[in-house]
Design a protein around this ligand. Sequence first.
Ligand SMILES: [Zn+2]
Ligand SMILES: [Zn+2]
Length: 253
Amino acid sequence: MLSGLGAARAAVIPALGPARPHLPYSAAKAVTSYPLGCISPVHVEIKALAEPLAWLCPACSDRIRRHLFTLAGCWGLLEALLQRGPGRQGEGAGGNKVDAAAPLDLEVAEIRRAIAAWCWSLVEHMLEDNRRLSMPGNTDTAAILEWVGRWHVGYITGHPDSSFPIAMQDELADMVRRVRARLLPDTVRRQPLPAVCSVILPAAADYAKCGGQLVALLRDDGGPATITCQEDPSHEIPQTEWLYMFKTKGRKA
Ligand SMILES: [Zn+2]
Ligand SMILES: [Zn+2]
């Protein structure tokens, strides 16, 4: 049914802790005593209150959700980058047949492989723990990442094994860092703009805006800049929209 899961097993998700090896998930959850404060090491001094039946606070839980949405949003951009190949600019003179397939960008391929393996390994855990879990109709990696972000962050933050949400938090942050570094490389000149991203995040209950810093990616040839969001590079703002945005801002001032 879910083919390829064996390979994904290779992954990233640690084996569930030895503490309660024989208890099924729901029974383990029922006897877990969750902490009062968030256990994430991201809080250095002030500890935040954990959500009910979870190890993490609302801010950490939101970060996990955002990271899942960012990976989902950037999945297609990575695919486009993959197909373009590594040698985009000024490929060597002569010889190349026009119809020869572009070489794949191996680094991008590796990032996508890691994301997919992580995603499907998580799904495998979720199905093991809840056999009645109904999967979405669309099982593309991007659709699954968004589905987890929308509905199943609580599975991660409330997992009976406390090391699970911490590992997930680290791995997601690491994957998002790699995606941002590839889609917003340092070699491109950037101009931060006095505006934040207003893309509405896909969320179950509220309609929160992204709020990421907008930057203009400047082209060396003086061509039109692209405006994008530092938080999630898939939030590209069309030129018509940002011109309007700055006009109305100027008028108000
Ligand atoms: Zn926290
Ligand atoms: Zn954004």
